[in-house]
Design a protein around this ligand. Structure first.
Ligand SMILES: [Zn+2]
Length: 252
């Protein structure tokens, strides 16, 4: 009974709130959606329709939100869960878009016990069980390999399982030991590269923490899969098993 009501509701939303063709054909040219086959595109459209229905996308600092902006965010969020489930975005509803970078204020205590107050400009933030916050300017002006929306939604997926630690809840056919070994080795290698001031193909922000490393690797996985596969093939393979997608194959 519960199952059928859930499905009836889902069918109603898909029937009455489907993304209009005019928007759909305009937005499927997004860089990260390159190479998706017709079946994948159909599923993405359905997921994005349900996502727009379920989530509240609102503007801050006077930013007016259009349907096009809503769908653009939804498509990028749903690309990550194309072969997973909308349940990965449970327990939160709000997405807040700022026109540009916004200020993050937080306090932390350093190793010598001194408290610091920090005020930083940010292009995105994801709160555990809270909103995703994005700078619209950065959503539409991304540099190659960057995608702030994918970055923050990857954090959301990571946070579902034991907080943001760079390890989401893995599927039954995956090994947590293997994930840990592969990601730790890649993280150490990448941090050493950045410490030695090597030019890197991947955003040095990934050195901030294992959680940031996972989010940045997820951006690369969807935006520059061939580059990620070339530099960190084992990380690519783990992400392929987790997201159940092979973007590098789509791009070849
Ligand atoms: Zn981050």
């Amino acid at each position: 009974m519960v199952w059928s009501i859930k499905n009836w509701r889902r069918d109603q939303i898909l029937q009455h709130e489907a993304i209009p063709d005019s928007l759909w054909f305009k937005l499927i040219n997004l860089h990260c959606l390159k190479g998706l086959d017709p079946d994948e595109l159909t599923r993405l459209r359905a997921l994005a329709t349900l996502f727009v229905h379920d989530k509240t996308i609102s503007g801050a600092h006077g930013l007016e939100i259009t349907d096009e902006m809503r769908v653009m965010i939804a498509l990028q969020a749903c690309l990550l869960i194309l072969n997973l489930d909308l349940e990965y975005y449970r327990n939160w509803v709000q997405i807040i878009l700022y026109p540009g970078e916004f200020l993050l204020e937080y306090e932390y205590v350093d190793e010598s016990g001194v408290a610091h107050f920090v005020r930083d400009a940010a292009s995105g933030e994801a709160w555990s069980a809270g909103p995703v916050i994005l700078s619209w300017y950065d959503v539409i002006n991304a540099k190659p390999g960057h995608n702030v929306a994918i970055h923050e939604f990857a954090h959301k997926i990571d946070m579902l399982h034991e907080g943001a630690n760079g390890c989401p809840e893995l599927h039954a056919n995956m090994s947590a030991y293997q994930w840990h070994d592969i990601f730790s080795a890649a993280y150490e290698h990448f941090c050493a590269q950045v410490d030695q001031h090597h030019e890197t193909a991947i955003d040095p922000y990934a050195t901030e923490s294992p959680a940031e490393f996972f989010a940045v690797m997820s951006e690369m996985f969807f935006e520059q899969p061939l580059v990620l596969q070339q530099h960190y093939p084992a990380v690519y393979e783990q992400l392929m098993l987790f997201y159940r997608q092979d973007p590098a194959k789509r791009w070849r």
